[in-house]
Design a protein around this ligand. Sequence first.
Ligand code: HEC
Ligand code: HEC
Length: 230
Amino acid sequence: MIINRLLLKGSVVAALVLVAACSDEPAVSVDSQAAAEQAQNVLASGDVNDGKQLYVACQACHGAKGGGNKAMNAPSLVNQSPWYVKRQLMAFKEGRRGTHPDDVYGQQMAAIATTIADEAAVDSLVAYVDSLPDRAPEATLDGNVKKGADFYSMVCGSCHGPNAEGNELLDSPALAGVDDWYLARQFELFRKGIRGADDKYGRQMVMMAPALPTEEDVHNVVSYIQSLAE
Ligand code: HEC
Ligand code: HEC
């Protein structure tokens, strides 16, 4: 029985309590409704042509078509939702992500983000990235998909959506379609408190991280998420 199995792992129980707390929230609070409207405005206010010009500064790492480059540790940007891409760019720009001394890759991105002139330029970049075609990510990890599926639906799906498609009202990004190596690395960063310490959205993931105590658990879940995008 699921509950008995879970009682063996105190941290997972704690995580489930969190999940319960998260799903008990009213589906649409006034705050998140406002946030959703704001996010929808991102695309409307961004200028794709301006974004294309600005994107020249991103190509070397994220690729000409936004498909990412593992050798540069830079993830694909094209399969992610515009509201989330914007929030991350603003977090890098405003010092809520990529500031931890051990966050080697985040610091690289934060350095670039501070060169983006203003929020209007961020909106244009986001609109341009959104106009690029999606890409199918390649599996680079070989976790146990079946074990990962059980964990995913018990612990992660309530926020990230049953198919890892993301849930804007819960501030939770899509995970399906994002590079597996990148997801696994982000999870470890949350676990170590290297990402999320200064950010209210990231903090939720810092609290969730003990739910997957080992690297193997993380790889299982991430391989399952990868399988959803295939
Ligand atoms: C020097 C290489 C480099 C350049 C240039 C660069 N990035 Fe990045 N970017 C990265 C790396 C590395 C990461 C991953 C950071 C991490 O692991 O936390 C990243 C992460 C991101 C993320 C977060 C994605 C997510 O799912 O969390 C976004 C959004 C992003 N970059 C957008 C841009 C944009 C837009 C530009 C151009 C203005 C740009 N980047 C230029 C290296 C770069
Ligand atoms: C309580 C809601 C909640 C639960 C449950 C949850 N997450 Fe998250 N997750 C979030 C939020 C919010 C963010 C965005 C953090 C940010 O903006 O930096 C996030 C971000 C992430 C990211 C970073 C994605 C990226 O592109 O950078 C990964 C990876 C992730 N979650 C994996 C998981 C996994 C695996 C589970 C299950 C063990 C899980 N999450 C459970 C809320 C949740």
